[in-house]
Design a protein around this ligand. Structure first.
Ligand code: ADP
Ligand code: ADP
Ligand code: MG
Length: 649
């Protein structure tokens, strides 16, 4: 076994790997960028090495710097996590050339599966069913259009080098083919530097079911399937294991095909064979086709760990250090059902727009496994994936696990940024999903019902108002002091919630509670014994406040902005041309460049001041004329940072 390993990654996966390494008595080395100097993965590691700037290209993608860090610290192996260098065969070769062990498959196996077209040819040879289509060399547009006719519409155009849903276009009819081809090729060139595509039959009622495989270089086993059909923009949102409706016959057929695929390339380590399944007539043993292999540990691996009891990272370290497969196929069984929900800083109603922010509050339910790379106070920066955590539950049955999932989401308290938590909670209770009737279009079909911004009731608004007024500590037992502090006995204040201004009046009663007037409603509210009480009923609301940003967690996280009565609403900037620093501070990031078109509300810059980050937004739609400051600059109050072009009449 290794004495020490380096983890060439960040965030939750770096933390995840370190936790198992620690349990196995293996020392860990973290690497970190400028943006991650105080990150959780750095804190967890035994040693940490700074490898460069915040942009991935300057740090987490610098293979040579990472290998040098491993050699300097005496690490014997490098675990790549997922993303970054995990599927880069040149990196694997460089690691091995330096005399270190890559904790993962061989460069040859990664290469064999690296391009979707070559992988499909290889899988056909191994008798694994592949999605019907054209995956040859001819990239001529007319020829590809003919192939699409032969395959029959609808078809999917996919970048052969694709990943993360990029470079993919669904085409419903021949008239749309050439435009779709051009845009897929364009996106593929930008994202992967390779314009080549393949054409596939678009499977109707598609379900994404993948099989976890594990090999030791000679033999492979599978650890059953995961259903990842709940997707938005071809990216996974909630995953589960086992797949709902799976039959023994189909599981055997899929597992067998996946093991054949892994053994065909002498696979070593953890990998995933992704299949697309035709779910239109239930699951059938002849209704699944190979899509691609991901030659690494997958984001959603915890659901497999939950149902099999296997620690996949432990297996990775054992096999990488020379052991054979820790278990044979017949020793692996499924117990219960598991779900994983990916919690992101993102604005769901705005089309899942990634968000940033400082996590002023972060609390998770104890009944779930939480894999997270951030702590309260940490920042979701614009540099990396905005995932906050993965929440994983395991129950005896699918129904039980799904109830646990919904409940756990209702107790996931994230303050300081917009998140997808309430969307996930609604999704966990969505009737088709609850019934196990899933396909990759489910989220999109129900998006209007799932993406609603939850609106706080007047009780939650009352709790928000009292918290903002600082009246929360009032305990029924000792009201006197607080009363003195808060004389006069009536307070008026305002909150903004979902862009609505809410005016609240609060009267302090001599009985030790408050009468809160919100619109038409009146509530009697107090805080005693560690809990909020509304209209004499104890409620489960929690609150968190950071400056003027306040969240009431009560079934959902309801965000409020506290309107400061002393600061007059400053509308001077609105409609103007100059975006200026509202206070002295450090420019953390600029997201604008000259000539760029911006819309009102777009975040153009981040200013760090008074230990907080302030987003500077575009005051109106327009075009950026000039950018006068750059990241890292210390600026004075009122310094012009960005200028918009004069508005046209
Ligand atoms: P999955 O999401 O199931 O792991 P995908 O192949 O769709 O499978 O996604 C690739 C994975 O690698 C994602 O989890 C994503 O977060 C991660 N990833 C992709 N690109 C990057 C990148 N540039 N930096 C860090 N992580 C990345
Ligand atoms: P990526 O490398 O971006 O992960 P995949 O080939 O794995 O690309 O496909 C991503 C997603 O696109 C799948 O999970 C599925 O939802 C959808 N998809 C891919 N191929 C097909 C197909 N032939 N028919 C229907 N849906 C598909
Ligand atoms: Mg995929």
């Amino acid at each position: 076994m290794f004495e020490k390993i380096l983890i060439a990654n960040r965030g939750e996966i770096a933390c995840r790997v370190m936790e198992t390494a620690r349990e196995m008595g293996v020392k860990t080395v973290a690497v970190y960028s400028d943006a991650d100097a105080n990150a959780k993965h750095v804190e967890l590691a035994d040693q940490a090495v700074h490898i460069g700037g915040a942009a991935p290209a300057d740090s987490y993608l610098k293979g040579d710097v990472i290998i040098a860090a491993a050699l300097d610290t005496g690490a014997q192996g490098i675990h790549p996590g997922y993303g970054f260098l995990s599927e880069n065969p040149e990196f694997v070769e460089a690691v091995e050339a330096a005399g270190l062990t890559f904790i993962g498959p061989s460069a040859k196996a990664i290469r064999a599966m690296g391009l979707k077209d070559a992988a499909k040819v290889l899988m056909e040879e191994a008798n694994v069913p592949v999605v019907p289509g054209y995956h040859g060399d001819n990239q001529d547009g007319t020829f590809l259009a003919e192939q699409a006719e032969v395959i029959g519409y609808p078809v999917l155009i996919k970048a052969v080098a694709g990943g993360g849903g990029k470079g993919m276009r669904l085409v419903e009819k021949s008239a749309d083919f050439s435009d779709a081809l051009a845009s897929a090729q364009g996106e593929a060139t930008t994202a992967f530097g390779n314009p080549d595509v393949l054409i596939e039959k678009y499977v109707t009622s598609p379900r994404h079911i993948e099989v976890q495989v594990f090999g030791d270089g000679t033999n492979a086993v599978h650890l059953f399937e995961r259903d990842c059909s709940l997707q938005r923009r071809h990216q996974k949102v909630i995953e589960e294991a086992p797949a709902p409706g799976m039959t023994d016959e189909m599981r055997f057929a899929m597992g067998d095909a996946a093991v054949r695929a892994a053994e065909a390339i002498n696979y070593k380590g953890a990998g995933t064979i992704e299949f697309i399944v035709d779910g239109s007539n239930g699951l059938r043993a002849d209704g699944f086709w190979f899509m691609e292999m991901n030659t690494r540990l997958q984001v959603e691996h915890p659901v497999t760990e939950a149902i099999t009891g296997v620690d996949l990272v432990e297996w990775q370290l054992r096999v990488a250090s020379g052991e054979t497969l820790p278990k044979q196929q017949e020793e692996l069984t499924i117990t219960g059902h598991s779900f994983e929900a990916r919690i992101y800083a993102e604005d769901v109603p705005k089309g899942f727009l990634p968000a940033t922010g400082t996590l002023s509050h972060l609390e998770f339910p104890t009944q779930a496994r939480i894999d997270s790379g951030v702590r309260a106070g940490d920042t979701i920066s614009p540099w990396y994936d905005p995932m906050i955590a993965k929440l994983v539950v395991h129950g005896a049955t699918r129904d039980i696990a799904l109830k646990q999932l919904e409940r756990a989401l209702r107790w996931t308290d994230v303050g300081g940024t917009v998140t997808n938590v309430s969307f996930l909670a609604l999704l966990a209770a969505q009737p088709n999903f609850v019934a196990g009737d899933v396909d990759t279009g489910l989220i999109e079909r129900h998006i209007n019902a799932l993406a609603v911004q939850p609106s706080a009731c007047t009780k939650a608004r009352s709790v928000a108002a009292l918290t903002a007024l600082g009246l929360r500590p009032l305990d029924g037992s000792a009201p006197a002091e607080t009363l003195v502090l808060w004389s006069p006995l009536t307070h008026s204040m305002s909150l903004i919630h979902n862009e609505e201004r809410i005016d609240v009046d609060v009267r302090v009663n001599d009985t030790g509670n408050y009468s809160v007037y919100v619109g038409e409603a009146e509530h009697l509210v107090t805080f005693k014994g560690g809990s909020w009480w509304v209209d004499t009923v104890k409620v489960l609301a929690r609150t968190a406040q950071n400056g003027d940003d306040l969240t009431v967690f009560w079934g959902n996280g309801y965000r409020f902005t506290v309107v400061d009565p002393l600061v007059r609403e400053d509308e001077a900037g609105a409609g103007g041309n100059v975006i200026a620093a509202p206070m002295p501070g450090l420019v953390k990031a600029i997201f604008a460049e000259a000539g760029q078109e911006v819309s009102e509300g777009d975040r153009l810059a981040v200013l760090e001041a008074m230990k907080m980050e302030h987003s500077l937004l575009a005051p109106r739609d327009g075009v950026v004329a000039d950018v006068l400051a750059s990241a890292g600059a210390q600026v004075e109050d009122g310094t012009a940072l960005i200028v918009l072009e004069e508005e046209e009449e």
